[in-house]
Ligand binder design. Structure first.
Ligand code: NAG
Ligand code: NAG
Ligand code: NAG
Ligand code: NAG
Length: 967
């Protein structure tokens, strides 16, 4: 035995040495290979802002285990690569997917692009793969779904641009506990085989374009804690046996097309904390079993077709913090039981058919911060206890039949910010205390039966931006101040207020809308009102105001609407009134004005009803405004003659004998239109003007001399636009030369004429003239100094963004209302919107799109709404989807991304960082979220569910006007 020991020992030693040698050989060979693969990956990175990969240097393979982001196993093999959030970008080299021993590979939160190619023999030790939040494209890597990866435990490919179907083989990955494919552009059905993943705890396929039904065998995946399938196009019913998934903590199926009832079995899911089924087509009542879910924190069934009553069993949901049942068909009363949910913070039951009284103890034992019961048929009094939490900031009860006084409990609620009680039957006085609340920025009590004085107190509302007390029975004089210098909208119309207008306007620099109409006010228009340089809309009609129109009124820079009708104003109208371009809507009817109408744009095509009831005359009258011609002008009675002479003269000068005026027609209806034929060396030109000024200043020579290489503004397939300037005066304009001969067809010309005639909208670039001769066609647009939205978007504040969005929405609404489908479709809105120095957006419509096949009205409108939604997302997130060829697909991508982020991430992860910095987010968070939700509606997969333009404008106005009233 002893003799043999050395031999055995040496054998063992030799064996160990040999083993070590082999191991070492093997290992250094492997190291060398890993070294090269990692360097190859590094060389595919274009940009590494934090120099994270600087330690990855080409010296010796022995060092790789010390490289940043690399961890090795005991045999010096790379087993973890962790490059999450390093902001590296580049087209990923597939070398990264060839590391043989890696178990954890995390490339998430970078800007990596390209297709992901897996080579099956490699990576087979992989347990954890995270490629989320990059920009990977192409299909999901097929070879990942094969037997070598059967041990994979966690797979996160979310928020990329993976396309195509989810492979049927996905079921092979039966060890997965975590699967997230959300926020991609995956199509097709959810493969049934997915239900083979019986270890799965987290399943997210949200925000793709998946269709078909939710696999019923999902009930086999008993370990599931979270199911998130929202924002797809899934249809059919929620599987009846969903109640078998007893571990489920969160079930989120929002924004699909799910129909049928909410299954009774859902009541088995007693671990459920979050149940989100909103924006589907679910019908029937809320199953009583839901009230067994004692752990629910948030229940959101809003925007479905659910009906029936809300059960008193809701008392069982003692942990509930958020209850959203709005936009359904619920009937009956709000159950008393709701008042005993101690954690309830947010209660939104608006837009149902609820009746009866609001439980009088609501709020007393809750922790309310937001209460919205608007648009129901609620009666009785507003409970006194709503603000018992001392935390209530949003109180929205409008459009019900609530009566009685505004309760004391509310008037002492110092946290209130937004209060909308309009359109009820509230009575009594305006409580003193409510006009002292420090945080209210919006107070709307219009359309009630409140009475008494409003100047019997010192208003002290330092945050107030919008005050609406219209349509009540308030009496007495106006207060001189509302205790806020932030006021943007003030509406006191339709009351019985009397006395002089003595508001201290110098303290209201931001006032945009002032409505004092339909009261008993008398005296003059106060001089100070000119200090309100932002005033856009001034309605003083139906009072007993007197005196002359102050000349300074004509100088207010952005005034757009001026209504002085039905007062006792007198004197002449200032000659300059209406010379400010913004003023488009003037009504001076039924006063004691005399003299002639000003010859400014605003009065040029004014309606008879806007000037009637005075002693006015018109110098340029053709009778359409109902005024008699002014006496001193009787010799020039025929305007046509007068203008004709002018034109003959200018024509003679301009064309110096080459051309001659042949036909001249002038129609003076609400829309101006002049047609002429002019000769020059090219032949005879047909000319149409839609603008009075332009018809006087621009001629064919001006147009032709502008069409030069050096003056190109932009080009497209079938047109080029140029900077234009008159030769003899400094009028500027934009000429669009239509080069596509198809465009020169009769229908194109006629449709463009219709466009010019009809499209007069402050948010649409104005077509002022058209010239054609043979195959040459020139369209002349009003010149506007501004920048394209895409250029300036990133530098804008939230308020400018929302203002611009509203302007564009109005333009689209206008087009739809006028039945003008000009084919905005597939235009990049941010490119064709010009924003001027006053942040007014103008749509530069490409009329040459009309001739293309005329889409059906419905289709066009819904696609335009989609494009508008995309633009909203771009405005909100600062992300762009620009670039020609693949526009449609890229649009879809940004939409899917937004949809995913909106529900899944905190606001600060998707909002444009510029707005984060500007502090907009904290102030306007609710508005921003509301606008994003609108954008997602507009971009709904199913066109029939997208809102119409009118509703879009309504929502944007309510967001925008929550702070300012002019919209
Ligand atoms: C994603 O990639 C596309 C091209 O494939 C590119 O146009 C787009 O800007 C990228 N998006 C992001 C957020 O990097
Ligand atoms: C389910 O997983 C097992 C491995 O656990 C596999 O053998 C089987 O083929 C899978 N079935 C499907 C339908 O993918
Ligand atoms: C689940 O719910 C259904 C219907 O409410 C009930 O019949 C069934 O017994 C429940 N199953 C379990 C496992 O609790
Ligand atoms: C709501 O119920 C009424 C009948 O009470 C029905 O006419 C209407 O279509 C329902 N609306 C929805 C959205 O289900």
């Amino acid at each position: 035995m002893a003799k043999e020991t050395p031999t055995m020992f040496s054998n063992l030693l030799m064996f160990i040495c040999l083993f070590m040698f082999m191991l070492n050989f093997h290992s250094s060979h492997g190291e060398q290979q890993e070294f090269e693969l990692l360097l190859s990956f590094k060389s595919s990175i274009h940009y590494d802002p934090h120099n994270f990969l600087s330690s990855w240097v080409n010296t010796s393979s022995n060092t790789i285990c010390k490289w940043h982001g690399i961890t090795c196993d005991n045999w010096s093999h790379v087993n973890t690569v962790s490059l999450s959030g390093k902001n590296i970008s580049g087209e990923v080299s597939s070398s990264m997917f060839q590391l043989a021993h890696v178990t954890n590979l995390d490339l998430s939160n970078n800007q990596l692009v390209g297709e992901v190619v897996f080579n099956a023999p490699f990576l087979s030790s992989l347990l954890y793969l995270n490629l989320s939040n990059n920009n990977f494209t192409g299909p999901l890597p097929q070879s990942l779904f094969s037997s070598p990866f059967i041990n994979l435990e966690s797979l996160d490919l979310s928020n990329n641009m993976f396309s195509g179907k989810i492979p049927d083989q996905i079921g092979l990955l039966s060890s997965l506990t975590y699967l997230d494919l959300g926020g991609n552009v995956l199509v097709g059905k959810i493969p049934n085989s997915i239900t083979n993943m019986t270890s799965l705890e987290y399943l997210t396929l949200a925000s793709n374009q998946l269709v078909g039904e939710i696999p019923t065998e999902i009930s086999l995946m008993k370990r599931l804690k979270l199911i998130y399938l929202g924002y797809n196009n899934l249809s059919g019913e929620i599987p009846k046996n969903i109640g078998n998934l007893l571990s489920l903590n969160q079930l989120d199926l929002v924004y699909n097309n799910l129909s049928g009832p909410i299954p009774e079995s859902i009541g088995n899911l007693t671990n459920l904390r979050y149940l989100f089924l909103y924006l589907n087509k679910l019908t029937g009542p809320i199953p009583e079993s839901i009230f067994e879910l004692k752990n629910l924190i948030s229940l959101d069934l809003s925007d479905n077709y659910l009906s029936g009553e809300i059960s008193n069993l809701v008392v069982n949901l003692q942990k509930l913090e958020i209850l959203h049942l709005f936009s359904n068909n619920f009937t009956g009363a709000i159950p008393n039981a709701i008042t005993s949910l101690p954690h309830l913070q947010v209660l939104q039951l608006w837009s149902n058919k609820l009746t009866g009284e609001i439980p009088q103890t609501l709020g007393m034992h809750n922790n309310l911060t937001i209460l919205d019961l608007s648009s129901n048929n609620l009666t009785g009094k507003i409970p006194n206890s709503l603000c018992a939490s001392e935390n209530l900031h949003k109180l929205i009860l409008f459009s019900n039949s609530l009566k009685g006084e505004i309760p004391k409990g509310l008037t002492s609620c110092k946290t209130l910010q937004r209060v909308r009680l309009q359109n009820n039957k509230l009575s009594g006085k305006l409580p003193m205390e409510i006009t002292q609340l420090p945080q209210i920025y919006l107070l709307d009590i219009s359309g009630n039966k409140l009475s008494g004085r409003i100047n019997d107190r010192k208003w002290k509302m330092p945050s107030l931006q919008m005050l609406n007390l219209a349509n009540n029975n308030f009496t007495g004089e106006l207060p001189d101040s509302f205790g806020s210098n932030k006021l943007e909208g003030l509406d006191l119309s339709q009351n019985q207020l009397s006395g002089n207008i003595q508001i201290l306007f110098r303290k209201l620099p931001y006032l945009m809308q002032l409505k004092l109409n339909n009261n008993n006010l008398y005296g003059k228009i106060p001089e100070e009102i000119f200090k309100c340089k932002n005033l856009v809309s001034l309605d003083l009609s139906h009072n007993q105001l007197s005196g002359e129109i102050p000349v300074k009124l004509a100088e207010m820079p952005v005034l757009g609407l001026l209504d002085l009708s039905e007062n006792q104003f007198s004197g002449e109208i200032p000659k300059s009134l209406g010379s400010v371009e913004s003023l488009v809507d003037v009504n001076i009817s039924y006063n004691n004005f005399h003299g002639s109408l000003p010859s400014t744009e605003a009065f040029f095509a004014i309606n008879a009803s806007s000037v009637a009831g005075n002693k006015l005359c018109d110098r340029d009258s053709d009778g359409s405004n109902g005024l008699p011609p002014c006496k001193s002008d009787t010799k020039m009675n025929s305007t046509t003659f007068f203008v004709l002479v002018c034109f003959v003269l200018t024509g003679l000068v301009a064309l110096s004998g080459a051309g001659f005026l042949v036909i001249f027609v002038r129609k003076r209806t609400k829309s101006f239109e002049v047609r002429r034929v002019v000769e020059n060396e090219d032949g005879s030109w047909e000319v149409i003007f839609f603008d009075h000024k332009a018809s006087k200043s621009i001629n064919i020579e001006d147009v032709l001399s502008s069409v030069q290489e050096g003056k190109v503004i932009s080009k497209a397939r079938n047109w080029v636009s140029y900077e234009g300037k008159c030769l003899s005066n400094d009028t500027q304009f934009v000429v669009k030369e239509i080069s596509d001969t198809n465009s020169v067809s009769v229908s194109f010309w006629d449709e463009t004429v219709t466009f010019g005639r009809k499209v007069k909208h402050s948010n649409i670039a104005k077509l002022i003239g058209m010239f054609r001769c043979g195959k040459k066609v020139y369209l002349v647009y009003e010149f506007e100094d501004g920048k394209s939205l895409s250029e300036i978007m990133h530098s804008l504040s939230w308020q400018k963004r929302i203002k611009i969005a509203l302007g564009i929405a109005k333009a689209i609404k206008f087009l739809h209302c006028e039945c003008l489908w000009i084919g905005l479709v597939n235009e990049m809105l941010t490119e064709i919107v010009l924003v001027n120095g006053k942040d007014i957006p103008r749509l530069k419509l490409n009329i040459s799109g009309v001739k293309e096949e005329k889409l059906r009205k419905e289709v066009t409108e819904k696609s335009e709404i989609y494009d508008f939604g995309v633009m909203l997302i771009e405005l909100l997130t600062g992300r762009t989807s620009v670039n020609d060829i693949e526009t449609v697909e890229q649009k879809n991508n940004i939409v899917e991304w937004a949809r995913y982020c909106y529900t899944d991430c905190r606001l600060d992860t998707w909002i444009d960082p510029v707005m984060m910095k500007g502090g907009d987010v904290s102030t306007y968070q609710n508005d921003i979220v509301e606008t994003m939700s609108l954008a997602l509606h507009c971009t709904a997969g199913d066109p029939t569910t997208r809102p119409c333009a009118r509703d879009v404008v309504k929502v944007l106005e309510s967001v925008h006007c929550s702070r300012i009233t002019f919209c």
